[in-house]
Design a protein around this ligand. Structure first.
Ligand SMILES: O=P(O)(O)OC[C@H]1O[C@H](O)[C@H](O)[C@@H](O)[C@@H]1O
Length: 516
């Protein structure tokens, strides 16, 4: 560890209190020189992307999330309008909800939000809520899965009486995601059971003309906000997806967008002082440009606990690709996990220090401990001193055992600073994708699981139709429906666990008998 290396390599944006320390990544001049042509290409790629090139060639789409915080950069008036108009509309809508101009049928004002979405249509709002939504004017609940027990738990938190004053925000870019559709149908059933008109309590955020858009129109939703196809789910937190719930929560969305715009402005500059490019190069150096090292994200601040989960989708769905842009099989990606410090020091940091050296750490330092005075938890030291001590200590202890790390510092967790952090990682992902020549903006692998689930549901229906009072084995039913016996067996155990069929356990699953 060298003070000179630290001082000469630190990238700082003092106007908003940001710094990036890559001194413990051991990047040397030879590496930078070797990467120079790729870096130049990455800068050219993102300039083209920001001017509206088809940067997502597989889907034939532009990639416009950087325009969301500076609409003037969008390449046409139509695109600029598609950012500024919904932004004005959603602010006006939030204002009307807060002032009771848009109100529940039963009167009064909407008091809470139920957000229904998954993946990019939930993770951003969840991060925003956790990081900067504390004490928000409208508390928010989430359905982000098709787990019925999870849905019941949220409904019970809201309570039957609470539903009447709950504004449901259904978010799905495609408008056809099954988990979200199921959550919406479950929510509607709860409203119906309470004698409430679902649509008069609901808002949709979705692509124009999608299935959800059509449903929302049919059910008389209060309002529908558009989502554009040039915004990917995992980069949608600054589109209507993230801003509708944030504005309803009373969060300062202008500051959030301004923070991202400020980071964009710095990381749009070419040259050595570009924090996003430095970060992309550090990822590249650490994992040999092949993701050989995982990224462990350790924010030392409770309110950033979801940041690692958020980055997990942003990085892994963007970079985890089978093919490069030339069609060669590359199986790219960087695995991301983490939680928060110092908590994780009492969980898995033991392995980080002494075990498999297959990662690099990314510390996120929030300089301010708390607002208001601190007590001394022991003579001379506060809780904040300890938190800082644990961050600095762990960073050093890891480096002493040959484990590299990055440290990103921000002054405090505010809407502006959250925008700064998100924008930094978005651009890092864009740069890294260029360095390794992949498309960061599609997700073809996700389809495989969805298709397999649809096949399972079809088979489940066929299996159900063959059940009778007389006992049958999985093999017998598989023969009847011409399917794989193990697949049939999994349908049967599911039906039995949910009370639809009786099971009589045999010596092995082959001898289990199923009957109505
Ligand atoms: O917003 P939606 O269309 O409902 O999509 C929700 C999520 O599901 C998909 O499977 C994708 O992998 C995610 O990138 C996306 O954010």
């Amino acid at each position: 560890m060298s003070w000179s290396t630290y001082a000469s390599s630190l990238i700082r944006y003092p106007q908003f209190g940001f710094s990036l320390d890559t001194s413990l990544m051991d990047l040397d001049e030879a590496f930078f020189a070797k990467m120079a042509p790729k870096v130049e290409k990455a800068f050219a790629d993102i300039a083209a992307l920001e001017s509206g090139a088809i940067a997502n060639p597989d889907e034939g789409r532009m990639v416009g999330h950087y325009w969301l915080r500076n609409a003037a950069l969008a390449p046409s008036q139509e695109l600029r309008d598609s950012i500024t108009k919904p932004l004005a509309d959603l602010k006006a809508f939030a204002e009307k909800v807060h002032t009771g101009q848009v109100k529940p049928l039963s009167g009064g004002v909407f008091q809470r939000i139920l957000l229904i979405g998954i993946g990019g249509s939930a993770l951003g709002p969840q991060l925003v809520t956790e990081a900067i939504g504390h004490g928000a004017r409208m508390p928010i609940h989430f359905f982000d899965n098709t787990d019925p027990a999870g849905i019941d738990r949220v409904l019970s938190d809201i309570g039957a009486a609470g539903l009447a004053k709950t504004l449901v925000v259904v978010i799905s870019k495609s408008g056809g995601t099954p988990e979200t559709r199921n959550g919406m149908i479950e929510a509607k059933a709860a409203y119906d059971a309470a004698g409430l008109h679902f649509g008069k309590h609901a808002v949709a955020v979705t692509g124009t003309g999608s299935k959800l858009d059509q449903y929302a129109e049919k059910e008389g939703f209060l309002v529908r906000f558009p989502m554009e196809d040039w915004v990917g789910g995992r980069t949608s937190v600054m589109s209507t997806v993230g801003l509708v719930p944030a504005a309803l929560q009373g969060i300062d969305i202008d500051a959030f967008l301004a923070g991202a715009a400020a980071m964009d402005a710095e990381t749009r500059k070419t040259g050595d002082g570009n924090a996003a490019m430095r970060l992309a190069l550090a990822w590249h150096a650490s994992g040999n440009g092949k993701g050989e090292k995982d990224m462990v994200v350790l924010p030392y601040k409770d309110s950033l606990v979801l940041f690692s989960k958020y980055l997990q989708q942003l990085v892994m769905e963007s970079l985890g690709k089978e093919h490069d842009l030339d069609g060669a099989v590359v199986n790219q990606g960087i695995a991301v996990y983490g939680n928060k410090g110092s908590t994780d020091q009492h969980a898995y940091v033991q392995q980080l220090r002494d075990g498999v050296a297959n990662f690099f750490a990314t510390f996120i330092e929030v300089r301010k401990g708390r607002h208001g005075d601190s007590i001394e938890v022991e003579p001379g030291n506060s809780s904040a001193d300890y938190l800082q001590g644990f961050l600095r200590g762990t960073r050093k202890a890891l480096y002493d055992s040959g484990r590299k790390s990055i440290t990103i510092s921000i002054p405090e967790v505010t809407p502006f600073q959250l925008g700064v952090l998100i924008a930094l990682f978005e651009r890092t992902v864009s740069f890294y994708a260029s360095l390794v020549n992949i498309n960061a903006y599609h997700q073809p692998g996700v389809e495989a699981g969805k298709k397999a689930a649809a096949v399972f549901l079809d088979l489940l229906g066929a299996v159900r139709s063959r059940l009778v009072s007389e006992a049958k084995t999985a093999d017998q039913i598989a023969f009847e429906v011409d399917a794989d016996p193990e697949d049939v067996y999994h349908c049967l155990t599911h039906l039995s666990a949910n009370g639809e069929v009786q099971i009589s356990i045999g010596t092995t699953p082959k001898e289990d008998n199923f009957s109505l």
